[in-house]
Design a protein around this ligand. Structure first.
Ligand SMILES: *[C@@H]1O[C@H](CO)[C@@H](O)[C@H](O)[C@H]1NC(C)=O
Ligand SMILES: *[C@@H]1O[C@H](CO)[C@@H](O)[C@H](O)[C@H]1NC(C)=O
Ligand SMILES: *[C@@H]1O[C@H](CO)[C@@H](O)[C@H](O)[C@H]1NC(C)=O
Ligand SMILES: *[C@@H]1O[C@H](CO)[C@@H](O)[C@H](O)[C@H]1NC(C)=O
Ligand SMILES: *[C@@H]1O[C@H](CO)[C@@H](O)[C@H](O)[C@H]1NC(C)=O
Ligand SMILES: *[C@@H]1O[C@H](CO)[C@@H](O)[C@H](O)[C@H]1NC(C)=O
Length: 349
C-alpha cells in the first residue's frame, strides 16, 4: 500500500513537472518554438513621451505583462559599460543592460510558464563574452537555452513545453559577434533568422527578404512591422498611424503584412516587431493568437495608449533606469547635429 501511494506520488510529481500551459495556452506546449509567432517590442528600452527617439510608451515589465514575448534592444559600449541607447547615447540613453536584464529576470522568475526571446543589436561589435558576463551577473545564463547545433531550422527548435520543463526559457539572439564556443546561449541572429526591411515608410509592407546569412527556406523569420516618417532627413516612428499599423486587418495593418508573408512563404512570421504595441488595443496580440491557432483572452486589460504625441506628454511609468530623456525640440536640434556629423542614423534608428 505504501509502495502504491509512493508510486502514485512519484507519478504525479512526474506529471506535474511537465508544463501544461505554455505562454498562456495548453495548445502551445507541444509546438516547436520555431512554429510559434511572437509579438516583439522594437527598441523595447526606448520608452518615454514627447520624444522622437522613443518607440514605446511603457517599460518592459508592462510590455511583458501585456504579452510582448520578444524584446529587441540596441547595445552600445559607453565607456566600457553596455548601455541601451538609440542611435547614440547622446540622443537617448535607456540605462544599463544590467538594470534591464534584472527586470527581465524578475519577470521570468514571476512567470515560470513563459518562453521569452531577446534580440540584441550589437552596434559597437562588443564580444559575446562581454554580454555573457552581464547575463551571468543577473542569473539569466541559467535560464538561457543553448542550441545543440547552429544554425537551427525553424522545425528543429524544441517545443515550448520542453523549454519550460528544462528551465531554459530564454532564447537570446545577437546580430553579430555570436561565439557559441565562448557563450553558447547567445545565438547568432542572421544564420537562424531572416528579416524584412526596417525603417519602412511605405505602409504597403512587403515581405521580401532584406537581411539574412542563411537559408531563408528553412530559417525562422522576423517582420519589422513599424511605420516611420521622415523628420529632418531621419526616420522616426509615425505614431499618428500606430493604431492603423498595429491593426489586425486593413491596409497597412500587421494582419495585412502577415497575409502577404503567408502567401509568399507558406508559413507565418515567427517574430513581429512593432512600435507602441498597445496602440490597437491588443490587436497585435490578436494577430499572433490567430497565427498560433489560440484565442486571445487577456486576463486583464492591456495598457492604454498615451495620447497627444505632438504635445508634451507625461510618462506614466517613471523614468526607469534614469534615461536622459530629451524633448521634441531638443531632439530636432540633436538630429541636425547627428545628420551633420554623419552618425549614420538612418541605418540604426
Ligand atoms: C569600450 O569602450 C571603452 C572606453 O570607451 C574602450 O576602452 C574599450 O576598448 C571598448 N571596448 C570594445 C570591445 O570596443
Ligand atoms: C533592405 O532595406 C533597406 C531599407 O530599409 C533598403 O535600403 C535595402 O536596399 C534593402 N536591402 C535588400 C537586400 O533588400
Ligand atoms: C485610429 O485612431 C484614430 C484617432 O484616434 C481614429 O479616428 C481611428 O478610427 C483609429 N483607427 C483604427 C483602425 O483603430
Ligand atoms: C506553424 O505551422 C503551420 C502548419 O505548417 C503553419 O500554418 C504556420 O504558419 C506555422 N507558424 C509559424 C509561426 O511558423
Ligand atoms: C528618475 O531617476 C532618477 C535616478 O534614478 C531619480 O532620482 C528620479 O527621482 C527619477 N524621476 C522620476 C520622475 O521617476
Ligand atoms: C523642450 O526643450 C526646449 C529647448 O531646450 C525648451 O525651451 C522647452 O521648454 C522644452 N519643452 C518641454 C516641454 O520640456
Amino acid at each position: 500500500m505504501l509502495g502504491f501511494s509512493l508510486a502514485i506520488s512519484l507519478l504525479s510529481a512526474t506529471l506535474t513537472s511537465a508544463a501544461t500551459i505554455c505562454n498562456g495556452h495548453a495548445e502551445l506546449c507541444g509546438k516547436s518554438f520555431g512554429n510559434v509567432s511572437f509579438v516583439g517590442a522594437h527598441n523595447s528600452y526606448a520608452v518615454g513621451t514627447n520624444n522622437l527617439a522613443v518607440n514605446q510608451d511603457y517599460d518592459i515589465t508592462q510590455q511583458l505583462n501585456d504579452g510582448v514575448r520578444m524584446l529587441q534592444m540596441q547595445a552600445h559600449n559607453q565607456s566600457g559599460v553596455i548601455q541601451l541607447c538609440h542611435t547614440s547615447c547622446f540622443l537617448y540613453n535607456g540605462g544599463t543592460l544590467e538594470d534591464y536584464l534584472k527586470k527581465v529576470k524578475s519577470w521570468m522568475d514571476a512567470n515560470t510558464q513563459e518562453v521569452l526571446s531577446l534580440l540584441i543589436v550589437n552596434i559597437d561589435n562588443l564580444p559575446a563574452a562581454t554580454f555573457g558576463a552581464v547575463f551571468a551577473s543577473v542569473g539569466l545564463d541559467k535560464l538561457s537555452y543553448a542550441p545543440t547545433s547552429s544554425p537551427m531550422t525553424a522545425s528543429s527548435w524544441p517545443t515550448l513545453g520542453s523549454l519550460i520543463d528544462s528551465g531554459t526559457r530564454l532564447i537570446s539572439f545577437l546580430d553579430n559577434t555570436a561565439n557559441p564556443a565562448a557563450v553558447p546561449y547567445l545565438i547568432d541572429e542572421f544564420t537562424n533568422i531572416w528579416e524584412t526591411a526596417y525603417d519602412v515608410t511605405d505602409p504597403t509592407f512587403d515581405c521580401n527578404v532584406n537581411r539574412t546569412k542563411g537559408d531563408t527556406a528553412t530559417q525562422m523569420y522576423l517582420i519589422n512591422h513599424f511605420l516611420d516618417k521622415i523628420v529632418l532627413g531621419s526616420p522616426v516612428p509615425d505614431i499618428d498611424r500606430a493604431n492603423v499599423t498595429n491593426s489586425a486587418s486593413g491596409p497597412g495593418s500587421l494582419g495585412a503584412q502577415v497575409d502577404t508573408c503567408v502567401a509568399a512563404n507558406g508559413r507565418a512570421p515567427n517574430f513581429m516587431l512593432v512600435d507602441f504595441y498597445e496602440y490597437g488595443g491588443g490587436s497585435v496580440f490578436q494577430v499572433a493568437a490567430q497565427i498560433n491557432g489560440v484565442t486571445y483572452s487577456p486576463t486583464s486589460p492591456i495598457a492604454t495608449p498615451i495620447t497627444g504625441s505632438s504635445s508634451p506628454r507625461t510618462s506614466t511609468t517613471g523614468n526607469g533606469s534614469s534615461p536622459s530623456l530629451i524633448n521634441t525640440s531638443q531632439f530636432a536640434a540633436c538630429l541636425l547635429i547627428a545628420v551633420g556629423v554623419a552618425l549614420g542614423a538612418s541605418s540604426v534608428l
